[in-house]
Design a protein around this ligand. Sequence first.
Ligand code: FE
Ligand code: FE
Ligand code: ZN
Length: 302
Amino acid sequence: MELIIGSHVSFKHKDQLVGSVAEALSYGANTFMFYTGAPQNTNRAEINEDLTKEAFSLMQKNNINPLNVIVHAPYIINLANNGINFDFAIKFLKEEIRRVEKLGMKYLVLHPGSHVGLGVDAGIKNIIEALNFVLTEDTNVVICLETMAGKGSEIGSTFNELKRIIDGVKFNDKLMVCMDTCHMHDAGYNVEDFDSLLEDFDKIIGIDKIACIHINDSKNVIGAHKDRHDNFGIGKIGFDNLIKIIYNERLDGVPKILETPYIGEVDDSKERLYPPYKFEIEMIRNKKFDPEVLKNIRKYYK
Ligand code: FE
Ligand code: FE
Ligand code: ZN
């Protein structure tokens, strides 16, 4: 089985995708995920074609298949509520798709949205309306609806809600799903029995619709609806369960992306944040848990 593993990386103004690829390589990854700017806002720079070309040759040299690379839309755009920001969200998503196409990428992960008091049915109706506006016959990007934790009024915390969205969209050959292990666990799905979960997903949506999986541990118990990611093996899902998901044969070829938190350590009375991905990826490749590395991460960065 081919392990396609990477993490969230940054995409900075100065070197754009070149920096993202270099960061992924520094973690020993063979794929990665990035936002086209800050995840929490919608300020976006124009994509630089020379940098994109340079990034593609860097990927080729290092055996990173661009089809395994994932883009994540900013999480503040909300298609589920058709209030004052609805038109802006739709317009932004259209532009984001154009940026993803310009970057030569195919998969864009999107949080379905929060209905914020309108109710689930109205929320789903709004998402469908927005996606029907955004996805046209000649869209070359696949939008991957993410499974959500069900925090607040989030839509998409059940496979059935995602299925209803997919069914309502005309060009739904351009819609897939991004599973998130922390979110599914927090939504109440038992990720410890992943074969049954996949069976359930297959009956409702279809396993062939899984585009990628966010691999995160969770700080909370099953069904908590919290959405707080934990480092690999440290949280309530645990190392063995996450390893079983990553190496599940039915998910062969599906990119696995870590979105575990940076680890903070006090260094000369200043808090510094260390990305855990190099060490987590190493543990995943070796299938061997070493919590000491994550607890003393500063030492391993020297
Ligand atoms: Fe997400
Ligand atoms: Fe996620
Ligand atoms: Zn999350």
